[in-house]
Design a protein around this ligand. Structure first.
Ligand code: 6PG
Length: 233
């Protein structure tokens, strides 16, 4: 497991921007699953303001690790957030965007996304293969939309499942652990002091840390990009 600590979200974003720039120079095409929530907003802002030329955006195909079961124009939509902070500001072809259709009934959105990732992604070990899966982590240790109270979803034999937010009851479509761990690389984007306790437990294998879905990501392929607050300093 590799960790990199930055003094600000902007510095973290520039590291990621440089990384994407190199990847899109060296690869004809890369498939990325994006994370949702609020952490990516600032990172996407830096990418759209400072990396519009340095990254070959036409070489990236965008998918999601999870989505809330809401319409794409809803304030809770991960797609909407990404459109506002990234796609609407960069030369990303519409044909390269494979969103989870949160506006559909959850079972229909689930079926649709299973078909999309099964059809649109190369395979490794018979499973869809992402070059990068971007993940965030909740202050309860959840990742994508697999929450501690539904940790069994991580080991599901399906490509993606329906998760339920523990307090709001909101339904989400989420990749499962076998697809996340089948990727080339998992990059965690985790910032803020409210994450420090779980970051410490997971990175230092403390207490019953494996009860946190974020701890189930293969350590040998995960890179944690953290700000100083998230490591408690
Ligand atoms: C989502 C996410 C989720 C997110 C964490 C962290 O749709 O909510 O994909 O896993 O990454 O909840 O969210 P914040 O970045 O808002 O803290």
């Amino acid at each position: 497991m590799e960790t990199k600590i930055f003094y600000s979200k902007q510095q973290l974003a520039r590291f990621f921007g440089d990384y994407l720039s190199t990847l899109t120079q060296e690869n004809e095409q890369i498939n990325i699953a994006l994370s949702g929530g609020s952490t990516p907003e600032t990172i996407f802002d830096v990418l759209s303001q400072e990396y519009s030329n340095a990254v070959d955006w036409e070489r990236i195909r965008f998918f999601w690790g999870d989505e809330r079961c809401v319409p794409p124009d809803d304030g809770e939509s991960n797609y909407k957030m990404t459109h506002q902070h990234l796609f609407s500001l960069l030369p990303v072809p519409e044909k390269n965007i494979f969103r989870i259709k949160g506006e559909l009934p959850p079972e229909d959105a689930l079926r649709d996304y299973r078909e999309i990732i099964d059809k649109e992604l190369p395979k490794k070990e018979g499973l869809p293969f992402f070059d990068i899966v971007l993940l965030g982590m909740g202050d309860d240790g959840h990742t994508a939309s697999i929450f501690p109270h539904e940790i069994d979803l991580w080991d599901s034999s399906e490509l993606c499942e329906i998760g339920t937010h523990p307090t709001s009851g909101q339904k989400r479509v989420t990749l499962t652990g076998r697809v996340i761990n089948n990727s080339r690389e998992v990059i965690f984007l985790v910032t803020g002091k409210n994450k420090a306790e779980k970051v410490d437990e997971i990175l230092n294998e403390k207490n019953d840390y494996m009860k946190y879905p974020a701890a189930r990501v293969n350590r040998d392929k995960s890179l944690w990009l953290l700000d100083q607050e998230a490591v408690g300093s």
